[in-house]
Ligand binder design. Structure first.
Ligand SMILES: [Zn+2]
Length: 411
């Protein structure tokens, strides 16, 4: 594979990784070989020396009970009853469900005897029964491997298509979109945008479990460098740029200063003009005609238009997740396609469309649906605190060195 960053000026590579020196990766960042694959046929399995046993296996069929599985293996009804009684307190065998895998391990004697029965309760947990007296059961978990990988690429198609081409999980696109939800609109990526991402994933028995988790990422979007580093400063993991600023941005609380809320988001509102129940998908802020209306966040104007109901209105796309819309303007101050900054005047309060008096009906869209923004729980966007800064900077150095050392996985 051609490293896509080779199309970048060398100086950029130096900027990305070169300034951090060659500090060793700290112990809490377990870096594995990028192409490491957990063994699929290990010597030890389910806590048993698997290779010394003869194995029968299957899937619990609908209506099948423990005795349906163990009798063909050579256990009689009395033994199975004793086994169920002896283990009932730790694991009730009636909880076994169809569709789950099981294994019977036989001793390798001249007369093989069933020694262990393993029932996999879920992806992680299993019950291991001892089929020889004294009967017992142990509830255990499969060992999980955390594999850290790196993928470098440029956008040729869409992020998920390009990730697949590079042999990375497509779900990584979702994880990256979450990291950059407030800064990059992933529906508007450009050809030539580039990324270098280090992520971790949990593997059980060689199978990936759950979503990949971004550890550090460099995204180059429309010529802008957007580094992201994962760090926990006591409130759980969050993502920060290299200066310690949170990648999340807060929206303005309201699109107009000095206003009052005249009507809240209400799915069963009685409409004052239509004289019937009609859902109100916005929050109305009453203010004198001509009061400036402000963009609540950075974004791009997706619509600046007029309809009979909305009157003159503006809609702004902030990122992949959020859009906002401002109705009943007396005048619009921006046009579609224009980039706007938080706090920028985008229009003026009026009562065009279906409105009884001058106000702005503020609509908050989340993933294409209108929601009550006053009930949205926005996570904090606190930057790295002073007392955490040293630890954060050390982590940035460690992660940057770690990325540089990882060979990107290829197909
Ligand atoms: Zn309204």
């Amino acid at each position: 594979m051609n490293p896509p960053f080779s199309t970048f000026p060398t100086v950029l590579l130096v900027l990305l990784f070169g300034t951090f020196g060659c500090k060793d990766v700290s112990d809490n960042v377990p870096i594995r070989e990028a192409n490491f694959q957990p063994p699929t046929n290990p010597v030890e399995r389910f806590g048993l020396m698997w290779e010394g046993l003869d194995i029968d296996s299957g899937i619990v069929a609908p209506g099948q009970s423990l005795s349906h599985i163990l009798r063909p293996a050579g256990m009689n009804a009395g033994q199975i009853t004793l086994l169920a009684q002896a283990t009932n307190e730790e694991y009730d065998v009636r909880n076994m469900r169809s569709g789950k895998p099981w294994w019977i391990a036989f001793t390798r004697d001249s007369l093989p005897k069933p020694a262990h029965f393993i029932y996999q309760r879920n992806a992680r947990e299993y019950a291991r029964f001892s089929l020889q007296e004294p009967y017992s059961v142990a509830l255990e978990s499969l060992p999980a491997d955390t594999l850290i990988q790196r993928t470098i690429g440029t956008i040729e198609n869409s992020l998920s298509v390009d990730l697949e081409r590079l042999g990375a999980p497509t779900t990584l696109a979702l994880a990256m979109a979450n990291v950059y939800a407030w800064t990059v609109d992933f529906s508007r990526l450009q050809k030539g945008d580039a990324f270098d991402v280090m992520y971790e994933r949990t593997y059980i028995n060689g199978e990936p479990m759950g979503m990949p988790r971004v550890i550090a990422c460099h995204f180059q979007h429309r010529g802008r460098e957007l580094p992201a580093f994962r760090f926990d400063q006591g409130e759980g993991f969050d993502y920060f740029d290299d200066a310690g600023q949170s990648l999340r941005k807060a929206f303005l609380k309201a699109p107009v200063e000095f206003s009052r809320i005249s009507s809240r988001y209400n799915l069963k509102r009685f409409h004052p003009i239509l004289q019937k129940t009609k859902a109100h998908y916005g929050t109305d802020y009453a203010a004198p005609k001509g009061t400036p209306i402000l963009a609540v966040g950075d974004g791009m104007v997706s619509k600046s238009s007029y309809t009979k109901g909305n009157g003159k209105y503006v809609k702004i796309r902030h990122n992949n997740t959020y859009e906002t819309q401002y109705l009943h303007m007396s005048r619009r101050a921006v046009s579609a396609g224009q980039n706007v900054k938080q706090g920028q005047v985008i229009g003026y309060v009026g009562s065009t469309g279906l409105a009884t008096g001058p106000h702005v009906c503020f609509r908050f869209w989340k993933n294409g649906k209108q929601v009550d923004h006053l009930r949205e729980d926005f996570p904090p966007s606190t930057p790295i605190q002073q007392d955490q800064m040293e630890a954060f900077q050390a982590t940035v150095q460690d992660l940057s060195a770690a990325i540089a050392k990882l060979v990107p996985a290829t197909k």
